[in-house]
Design a protein around this ligand. Structure first.
Ligand code: GDP
Ligand code: MG
Length: 426
């Protein structure tokens, strides 16, 4: 994609930043390092350059500064030395921690949640995506408004700022609250439209396949390869925010709808999971999930686990899954590919970028979809001619006879049709 079409990032893309993480009870050192590595990627995606990473071993975060006071004080000279304009903490800070740290360090203090929200905000392209991000941002902001106000009164300072400041704070709170209410209403409207569209699609009776996987695993690349759709793919986290659905006809003439989803990531802020549930409903309503794994990533097993955890949170853990190992062109040791394919029966190995293993993948896809037929016998009243037509169109009719006005049909029907047929089952 030409660079002028990429979403615009903040111009100060050389912003220098320091990352701070805590090695807490129950968190292994490698987990912390992985989390910080991901935070570095997130910072890079948001346009910042990480100049230093600071960690501390502590049983629990401290209430005033998250890290210990001594450690927090050490950050000031460090930031000055590196000319860092911001400091990013690897977990969500409480409003008090954020405020105290900003006062102590006199520069921008961000946490993981804010960073993720910032990236989402700069990349949201659909109306629904934009509404969701703004809502999540305001929900994050609301309990922190005093901190923002602290800023302003410090800037204007002096006698008399306190009284009006307090009043203004109340006004701001109310405005933010009103905006939140408004956004929720707008979102309800947008979601209703989407729901109707989704149901419309279901009426089309094509199976819905959703691409899921850790961020950067190659979901968008695979969708591109399959449909030659120009879906935005690039080497940054969260390149895809909004789901993109494409139509695809498999070699066996089976038509499917295939949806790209937002990349999954560790420690995704809970408000974000909540507000993106609607987007991720595509995942929950899918007939088949294609879980794409970057096999060239040293932590691919942990990434598989992280994705499965999020799927469980979305209530999609029981879905049928086709596991796809991607980027095999980057895997140095071919034995690894073989062992993983054996370890995960039914999985396939591909390179979405170079089109390797595409035939095996398509074959696996066809097999998975063809197994989702269910045999049943249904008695349909005359006003259900549309349903009868749907069975003819998408299923395999074994027998059909009439009992008075009722059509008695015995057929193999696609599983996604069984829901609508439930009340007619014999
Ligand atoms: P997504 O976040 O899961 O949608 O990942 P993308 O499709 O955006 O891909 C992330 C990066 O990995 C891009 O730079 C792709 O070009 C690259 N990529 C995807 N598939 C492959 C592959 O099979 N081999 C290699 N070497 N790179 C790949
Ligand atoms: Mg993508």
């Amino acid at each position: 994609m030409p660079s002028h079409l990429l979403p615009k990032f903040k111009k100060e893309s050389v912003e220098k930043t320091i990352l701070v993480g805590l090695e807490q009870v129950g968190v292994a050192k490698w987990e912390l390092l992985e989390s910080l590595e991901e935070l570095r990627e997130l910072a890079r995606t948001a346009g910042a350059n990480v100049v230093e990473v600071v960690t501390q071993k502590l049983d629990h975060p401290t209430a005033p500064y998250y890290i210990g006071k001594g450690k927090a004080e050490e950050l000031l000279p460090l930031a000055t030395q590196h000319q860092a304009t911001s400091i990013i903490f690897d977990d969500e800070l409480t409003p008090a921690q954020g405020r105290n740290l900003e006062v102590l360090l006199s520069r921008k203090v961000l946490d993981r949640t804010q960073l993720i929200l910032d990236i989402f905000a700069s990349r949201a392209r659909s109306r629904e995506g934009r509404l969701q991000v703004e809502l999540a941002q305001l929900q994050y902001l609301l309990p922190r408004l005093t901190r923002m106000w602290g800023h302003l009164s410090r800037q204007t300072g002096g006698i008399g700022t306190r009284g009006p400041g307090e009043t203004q704070l109340e006004v701001d709170r109310r405005r933010v609250q009103e905006r939140i209410t408004r956004l929720k209403e707008d979102l309800r409207g947008v979601r209703q439209v989407r729901k109707t569209q989704r149901e419309g699609r279901l009426r089309g009776q094509w199976p819905l396949v959703s691409l899921v996987g850790y961020t950067n695993a190659g979901k968008s690349s695979l969708l591109n390869l399959l449909t030659q759709a120009d879906v935005f793919a690039e080497d940054k986290l969260f390149a895809t925010l909004d789901p993109t659905t494409r139509e695809l006809t498999l070699p066996n003439h089976q038509k499917i709808l295939i949806t790209d989803t937002v990349g999954f990531i560790r420690k995704l802020p809970h408000t974000l999971i909540e507000s993106f549930k609607a987007t991720l409903e595509e995942v929950v309503s899918a007939d088949l999930l294609i879980h794409i794994v970057d096999l060239s990533h040293p932590q691919y097993l942990e990434q598989i686990e992280a994705v499965e955890k999020i799927l469980a949170e979305l209530g999609a853990a029981q879905k049928e899954i086709l596991l796809v190992f991607n980027k095999i062109d980057q895997v140095k040791n071919p034995v690894l590919i073989e062992t993983q394919l054996t370890r995960f029966p039914g999985s396939v190995a591909i390179s979405a970028l170079h089109g390797l293993g595409l035939n095996e993948f398509i074959h696996a896809l066809e097999t998975h979809l063809s197994t989702s037929y269910v045999q049943g016998c249904y008695a349909l009243p005359p006003d259900q001619s549309a349903l009868l037509a749907a069975i003819h169109r998408t299923g395999h009719v074994i027998s059909l006879h009439y009992d008075g006005a009722m059509s008695i049909i015995h057929a193999l029907v696609p599983s996604q049709l069984t829901q609508r047929l439930k009340s007619f089952k014999q």
